[in-house]
Design a binder for this molecule. Sequence first.
Ligand code: CUA
Length: 354
Amino acid sequence: GRLLSVFAILALVLSGCGKPYLSALKPAGEVAKQQYDLIMFSLGIMTLVIVVVFAIFIIVIVRFRRTKENEHKIPKQVEGSHTLEIVWTIIPIILLLILAVPTVAVTFSQGDVSAMDEKDEDGNPTSLIVNVRAHLYWWEFEYPNLGIVTSQDLVIPTGEKVYFNLTSADIKHSFWIPPLGGKLDTNPDNINKFFLSVDQDKATKAGEIFYGKCAELCGPSHAYMDFKVKALPKNEFDQWVADMKDAKAPTPTTEVASKGEEIFNNSCLLCHAIDPSNEAPAAGRTAPNLANFAEREKIAGILDHNEEELKRWIRESDKIKPGNKMPVFTKDQISDDDLNALAAYLMELKVQNK
Ligand code: CUA
């Protein structure tokens, strides 16, 4: 009974139940599907080997067990068998070859990023490219040909290959969206490239977002280095692009929020841009871009999205995400009243059309 409940809990944990959608066993795109099929294929071969080995093992145990009749006899002593040795060498070689052919084929086809260099008549890339820059402990997504920068939320269209340039602003991290396929390192000194895709029928709906993770131990808050992936049907993605390109910061609607805007401009704008254009000065890109902050699912990737949590984050970000670069703002620096104003302003921050 106790063992059964342990297994039940384990099964629940391993099945990656409910949200967030973070399972490599529920592939949502072609790349992930091919990798999943390879996992299942090799699992099948391994199972076959285990079954055969255990069957032989059991036969030998039963057949050559000690009985009353053979109790005092020494069995026939055999030394070496060329036939057997050849058989048990050739079988693994054949199995490895069977496994290697599809693995190598998939590895090469998934490593082909030549389409990134293809240009249309105007010299623009024909495929969607996203520059991913990892930071301690957040993610920046730049769409170089669309002129957009976002942080923490990766928005992509379904039904097409999306190409990624992966790099890091500080140390090694690793970019991984389990339901979309294998991970790849983000390094400060080179650019890794690959592509992923989401099937048309796997577009994310509200609350069904894919989760991405940092998959390289990078410091005390490595486990909190999450991001979200919204996969939209092509027309909705185009609309999102149009909205972001046309965006401007909203005008505060209350007096408190106006005060908050002033505080933000004096204290936060040095690191946090609120304009989703990638023409923001470099200084505005040392911290997450806060365009559309009001519509985020989470604060700093992990906290519930409400004013109380936002204020807690500003006061003690060092405790919530140890080792992160956000300075802590004490009451001497930002009074409680000012903090309320700042939170009111940020909670209104969503992209508006010009
Ligand atoms: Cu970044 Cu782990």
